[in-house]
Design a protein around this ligand. Structure first.
Ligand code: PCA
Length: 324
């Protein structure tokens, strides 16, 4: 009897050890605050994966840039320092212009157009990421981008010399075209940069304005609706390949769900953010016709510049988007 018990205990121990060896924990760095809808969506994605694999793959979200700052997340995932992570993909456009396709001003200005553009761009994006040892999992758009300023702005002339927070090459280029002074700053550092006067202006969504309580420093939001940039969640290819086929499928399926849920959330919350800004005393308004015209002219210049950089492959994507 004693011998049987020992055998049973040994078998139980062996099976625990086996399942422990098979279970994996993936840290998932994200750059935006835990309360942001992208981060909440990331947590829901992690839960979907845990449920779908009965806990075999445990993804732990680290929001707010707490594990890696936004600017370091892509490299961390490429090199396997983190198995999965999220990045504002246009912030990597200096590596390859394709990463900036969602931030060409006035190319895709509504959720519907943004989806169309993404469908046209996704195959090339997936391929480009794969060439960098990354597996595309899902992407979610931010609400449309507008201009935040301290003082009222009637035309681009009022922006001359203003210190401007940029989050990617496109926002830095707009600043340059408008005669502003761009400084690259992560969203996690935005409140402090505004409070200390490092910058007095930026372009972003109502979502980031609310996250950063920008009414404490700024007075105006101009609803320019210039583009809808995306966050992409990608996995390290070696880490992904090490998962069994069933687990890989759960990750992909949960990614598809997260893309749909994230899009719906972004759209649903979009208007409310602007109401929150107004409720805190900010003047939320459309840009003057002159300012709008000037921004559209910047957009034309930047579209030309992008097409030059992105070459025939870039042009093919824009053509496919515009043909639909
Ligand atoms: N918020 C992010 C990117 C776009 C947006 O709406 C940010 O400002 O960093």
């Amino acid at each position: 009897m004693k011998k049987i018990l020992t055998l049973v205990a040994a078998a139980a121990l062996a099976s625990t050890a086996a399942s422990a060896a098979m279970a994996a924990k993936w840290d998932m760095p994200m750059a935006y605050p835990a309360s942001n809808f992208h981060s909440e969506n990331g947590v829901a994605f992690a839960k979907c994966v845990a449920d779908g694999t009965s806990g075999k793959l445990d993804i732990v979200v680290h929001a707010g840039g707490s594990l890696f700052a936004g600017n370091d997340i892509k490299r961390a995932v490429q090199t396997g320092q983190a198995p999965i992570g999220e990045r504002l993909i246009s912030a990597q456009a200096n590596e390859n212009p394709l990463f900036g396709i969602d931030s060409i001003p006035f190319l895709a200005t509504s959720f519907e157009q943004s989806e169309k553009l993404w469908k046209a761009a996704r195959p090339a994006m997936v391929k480009l990421l794969a060439s960098q040892n990354l597996v595309y999992v899902y992407a979610v758009p931010w609400p449309p981008q507008g201009l935040y300023t301290k003082k009222a702005v009637e035309s681009a002339a009022d922006l001359k010399g203003v210190k401007f927070r940029a989050y990617n090459a496109a926002t830095a280029r707009i600043a340059q075209l408008a005669g502003m002074v761009p400084v690259q700053i992560e969203a996690a550092d935005l409140s402090q940069a505004l409070a200390t006067g490092v910058v007095d202006s930026f372009i972003s969504s109502g979502s980031t304005g609310v996250d950063s309580k920008v009414w404490e420093s700024l007075g105006y939001f101009y609803n320019v609706q210039a583009w809808l940039p995306r966050n992409i969640v990608f996995a390290n290819k070696d880490a992904f390949d090490a998962l069994d086929k069933a687990t890989q499928k759960v990750v992909a399926d949960c990614g598809d769900k997260a893309a749909a849920n994230g899009l719906a959330k972004s759209e649903e919350l979009s208007g409310g953010y602007l109401k929150t800004l107004a409720a805190h005393g900010m003047k939320v308004q459309d840009p003057s016709p002159e300012l709008k015209k000037q921004f559209e002219a910047f957009g034309k210049t930047m579209t030309k510049e992008w097409l030059q950089k992105a070459g025939p492959e870039g042009k093919a994507i824009i053509d496919a988007y515009e043909a639909k």
